[in-house]
Ligand binder design. Structure first.
Ligand SMILES: [Mg+2]
Length: 291
């Protein structure tokens, strides 16, 4: 396995690419990438120093910042607490940012089914200690990080039965100690990342260098889609078999990378270290699109 990338060297490489292009778009997952994985999803927090670094990046001229998460959109917005950045929720099924908006219509049609399923699964699995059923806008997540190993077969059986009952509308998506029922639509973090890149480039009239950071199976679709179009970075020691071009060891390496990339403190908006926009157009008003 190749050695992990040094956050400082990675930042130098990205800064060079951004300088050449005159712009930089950073896209990152949240859990396990910007914030450490917590015991329960509700406990995951972005560390205040990391938020400050992200705020400096987000306000630097010619720099765009997008967070693409499996969480619901309002949830990820609250956790980031950074206005004016691009947020994508539910693995990219819904996107909101300055001058852009997107909802996957076919996925939206599954919302009623998912609501009913969440109620069913809560009833069926609530007796199992450590199992948490999380109703989401575009999915139902079953978290089993704290479950007894002897209960896992029952968890998988119930989720599979729910999926079968609603085939072909739903599919299952495995993550880190979570199994999620989601709309069976041809849209993932990869499609979402390409959509954001194209939309951001168009609204800003810029052709940015792109970085994508992620730690999970669901980020592999973005590593694949962005091949040759972005510097892709897998977070965590499980890099083997990843489609990402590089890897860094953990969330703190991600923070060091972002800190090395950000303009120095007190230089917000001056763009001393940040690439400058060569041309610029004011962002347009929000538009809602369907896939
Ligand atoms: Mg993650």
């Amino acid at each position: 396995m190749r050695a992990p990338s040094s956050p400082a060297l990675l930042a130098t490489e990205v800064r060079e690419a951004a300088r050449e292009r005159g712009a930089l778009l950073i896209m990152a997952d949240f859990d396990g990438t910007l914030a450490p994985i917590a015991n329960t999803p509700s406990e995951a927090r972005l560390a205040p120093p990391a938020r400050k670094v992200l705020a400096r990046l987000a306000t630097a001229p010619g720099v765009g910042l997008a967070v693409i998460s499996g969480r619901d959109l309002p949830d990820i917005k609250t956790r980031m607490d950074l206005p004016d950045i691009i947020h994508a929720g539910c693995h990219g099924l819904v996107i909101e940012g300055p001058g852009m908006g997107f909802t996957h219509l076919q996925a939206a049609e599954c919302r009623q089914i998912l609501k009913g399923l969440a109620t069913d699964l809560i009833e069926k699995l609530s007796g199992l200690r450590g199992v948490e059923v999380e109703p989401k806008e575009f999915g139902v997540a079953v978290h089993y990080r704290r479950a007894y190993p002897s209960d896992l077969a029952e968890v998988f059986f119930q989720v599979e039965e729910a999926r079968e009952a609603h085939a072909p509308h739903l599919t299952t998506r495995p993550g880190k100690k979570v199994l999620e029922l989601v709309p069976n639509v041809p849209w993932n973090k990869g499609e979402c990342a390409l959509w954001i890149r194209d939309r951001w480039a168009r609204t800003q009239s810029l052709d940015p260098a792109v970085v994508y950071l992620g730690d999970d199976e669901t980020d592999e679709s973005a590593f694949q889609a962005l091949r040759g179009k972005a510097l892709t970075v897998r977070v965590g020691s499980g890099h083997r078999g990843s489609r990402a071009a590089r890897w860094v060891t953990d969330v703190s390496a991600v923070h060091r990378f972002l800190a090395a990339l950000a303009p120095p403190e007190g230089a917000e908006g001056e763009g001393r270290e940040a690439p400058r926009a060569t041309t610029g157009e004011p962002p347009r008003g929000p538009a809602v699109e369907s896939a």
